[in-house]
Ligand binder design. Sequence first.
Ligand code: TNX
Length: 543
Amino acid sequence: VLIIIALMASCQQSKKFKVFTEADIAIIPKPVNLQLGNGVFEFNDRTQFVISDDSQKEITSVLLDKFKTAAGWTLGVSGKAPQTNYVEFIVDENLNDEAYELVVNSEKVTITAKAYSGFLYGLESIRQLLPTEIESKTKVNQVNWVIPNLTINDEPRFKWRGLHLDVSRHFFEKEYILQTIDMLAMHKMNVFHFHLVDDQGWRIEIKKYPKLTEIGGFRNDQEDSHWDGRRVTTPEDVATYGGFYTQEDIKEIVAYAKSKGVRVVPEIEMPAHVMSAIAAYPELSCFETPIGVPSGGVWPITEIYCAGKESTFEFLENVLLEVMELFPSEYIHVGGDEATKTNWEKCPHCQKRMKDEGLASVDELQSYFIKRMERFIASHDRKLIGWDEILEGGLAPEATVMSWRGFEGGIEAADQGHDVVMTPTSYMYFDYYQGPQNEEPLAWGGYIPLSKVYEFDPVVETMTPEQAKHVLGGQANVWSEQIKTESHSQYMIYPRLAALSEAVWSPKESRDWDDFSKRILTLFERYEYLDINYAKSAYLVMA
Ligand code: TNX
């Protein structure tokens, strides 16, 4: 017996693992600093996670669950380090919020971070150092679960690294939202902008106004049209034309996102893009004309909330009270885009309001509207964010601007001392084509291939350092007029999300397209295991 044990031990020692080179390391987004060492750390069924407080337990699940499925191991979590073979979490208050240091040597792995997100990102990096089989949904045999000895020091360039998903034009099930949040965490993204309200559907249960979802959550007919007039609904479509999230669903989404280091920013559109609400409660509009929930695009959008009646504000405040109860988010997005204010010109209530408040134009009336909402939101210790139209007629005092019609609105807002998130149509519209149009599914228009996303920089060269300080980060927007299914939605998001993640995380100097386009091949293997329908056309465009 002793001989056998001795033999096994020597076998173990002489086990030869692959020698890692820089080219084998494919972490996306690219870490700020990485020093490759010699040798490897091997995970086995006795590897332990050593945590210093209970709050870290939840984080370990990122890897524990993967090892359980792919390797069939149930790895232990304890509060005390064994002699060797463990992954330890060390708290360092001096690091930045989302920063982490990862040190791997053959005995142990240490992740040093200040808080939750840092540890999470340390684990996500380990995940991406492991063989791609770690993503497998079934047990895989004969894999050496090794990662190279190295030291990584890493932290994000921007604190707002977002993805916006429009769930109004087409509804997406809660499970898909959870999966998307999972994928955000994998890419070290931290904001999920939840576009819950638009003309084509009201998607969040509001207890005080049940008709918002009963009526506003479902379309009158099932036809879509493209803005160029083409009808795009075919009998084969398995589109979702109705649905909403209950408050319980929302709580689950928010809690799950928190566990993944993702903040959920709710968007409750106003004063336009709200025909679904007006269909439910016509008194919210100026002339109270009954309308239905539209299916295809509506342009121009003239059926908007009345800015004259007090009852509109009462309604919105009640809605926002429920929204703020559900979302702990520091920011509440109030939309503000694309309002055609012709009704306001004619409406006696609006005209009276303008006179009483000394407002010279309907733009100023919209500004009054948003400023009023900001006061309400601020009185509940939250911050208002809106699309760049909120600049027109004067920005609310503390508003943060999401710049979508280019970078200009963002620059202007930053110049006025306001914070901004850059989401320009030229780089960040993931509803635009990403490959040759004749080979791609019908998209809104435009052309934003992977390489273009990779070039995105939220800070524009012409900005002064003072202005640049106000740039919180960047975000991609996925508008869903033409996106009816989850797999199509994935197709539009991946792999462009990977390019975005590097653009908002890694130092600008380290950006290198050739290097990225090699690393992304490893990520594609992970997407395959995860059943993510990423755009294969990314290959074509890269070739
Ligand atoms: C503009 S971006 C919109 C959306 C559309 C999108 C299509 C913004 C604030 N408004 O309502 O879905 O273009 O790309």
